[in-house]
Design a protein around this ligand. Structure first.
Ligand SMILES: Cc1cc2nc3c(=O)[nH]c(=O)nc-3n(C[C@H](O)[C@H](O)[C@H](O)COP(=O)(O)O)c2cc1C
Length: 188
């Protein structure tokens, strides 16, 4: 699959098989991610790979955070929250590290980390994997960032859910055109 085909046929997929993703594939995804452009070669992205029981520990934390905010919630609601990280066998959290070089600009480092996420999604698609970028309230919670070993004061921009697709061939995505979002300034 070439780059353009990957770009035009990638789509977010939530339905995945529970089968674990082999380590070589996980490393290939991370390797693709770090090919992204980044200013001052800051490499601001940080990846936290969650598989197996690590996802359960994250789920327990999510449920306890929800319960502390809403003590009267029924157990079913907490169970639903606890199960969220189990929606795929591989979850990669993507954080943005604090600048080490004084020339770094915060928004640029977020852009670089987001470019790494998109690289990873495209690589997953090209490798026959299904993926979905998620965030939600958990991504903004300092307790979640601390659990992941990320700086609680820095952005956590993605939970990339990845697995082997459950369904076969999907219809290619139909997305709105660029026309109402682009302006051409020419010599006239
Ligand atoms: C920064 C960011 C955060 C997102 N967070 C969520 C999310 O929490 N839940 C969700 O269902 N989709 C989320 N999405 C959107 C999906 O990942 C997906 O891109 C969108 O539904 C469009 O589908 P497509 O990728 O097939 O075009 C997020 C996308 C981005 C870029």
């Amino acid at each position: 699959m070439d780059a353009l085909e990957a770009i035009f046929t990638r789509q977010s997929i939530s339905s995945v098989r529970p089968d674990p993703i082999p380590r070589e594939l996980v490393e290939r995804l991370l390797s693709a991610a770090v090919q992204a452009p980044n200013h001052y070669h800051a490499r601001p992205w940080r990846f936290v790979v969650l598989q197996g029981a690590a996802r359960e520990r994250l789920g327990d934390l999510l449920a306890s955070i929800l319960q502390s905010a809403h003590p009267d919630l029924p157990p079913a609601a907490l169970d639903k929250e606890r199960a969220k990280p189990l929606r795929a066998p591989l979850v990669i959290a993507v954080g943005v590290a604090k600048a080490e070089d004084p020339r770094e600009v915060a928004i640029e480092d977020v852009c670089a980390a987001a470019a790494a996420c998109q690289n990873l999604l495209l690589a997953a698609h090209a490798l026959g994997l299904a993926a979905r970028w998620r965030t939600g309230e958990a991504a903004a919670d300092s307790r979640v960032k601390t659990f992941l070993g990320l700086d609680p004061g820095q952005p956590l921009i993605a939970f990339l859910y990845i697995g082997f697709p459950l369904n076969g061939q999907l219809t290619p995505p139909q997305r709105p055109s660029f026309e109402d979002r682009a302006l051409f300034l020419d010599s006239r």
